[in-house]
Design a binder for this molecule. Structure first.
Ligand code: FES
Ligand code: FES
Length: 160
């Protein structure tokens, strides 16, 4: 069965014909061609596919595209404004929170969601918010530092 999916993706309204069983991850990467969101485990265990649905982090590999009908979906591509990196992107870049980078879009989106709901998170808040994201390279210390730095940037006006 096919249906019409209407949503706001990265700030722009879209309308696409999709099959009822199409995953949001495949919709983003294959139907739309927005490839910042990564496929990792494909089974809900790594967080690489994290996007925001109405500002809440969601695993797009476990979410049907049809579920986001009428909603706002943001991927990592949404964060750059007028060529400027967001606070979280700057944090990961400047504090070396990324090595191979494969996990990074998922970490960035989970971190952006955290800062939108809690601009001054404690380290425990950060660890809790990122508890579903796996990184095989960094050992997590740099990632935590990156999000703390992003929170500092956010409090002086940078968008998360
Ligand atoms: S690809 Fe979705 S959680 Fe791993
Ligand atoms: S930076 Fe390589 S998996 Fe996280």
């Amino acid at each position: 069965m096919t249906r019409i999916l209407q949503l706001t993706l990265n700030g722009r309204a879209r309308s696409d014909a999709v099959s009822e069983n199409l995953l949001l991850l495949d919709y983003l990467r294959e139907t739309v061609g927005v490839t910042g969101t990564k496929t990792g485990c494909d089974g809900g265990e790594c967080g690489a596919c994290t996007v925001l649905v109405d500002d809440q982090p969601r695993l797009s590999c476990l979410t049907l595209a049809a579920v986001v009908d009428g909603k706002r979906v943001d991927t990592v591509e949404s964060l750059v404004t007028d060529g400027r990196l967001s606070a979280v992107q700057r944090g990961f870049h400047e504090k070396l929170g990324s090595q191979c980078g494969y996990c990074t879009p998922g970490f960035i989106m989970a971190s952006a969601a955290l800062l939108r709901r809690n601009p001054r998170p404690s380290e425990a808040d950060i660890r809790d918010a990122l508890g579903s994201n796996i990184c095989r390279c960094t050992g997590y210390v740099k990632i935590i530092e990156a999000v703390k730095y992003a929170a500092d940037l956010h409090t002086v006006g940078a968008s998360p």
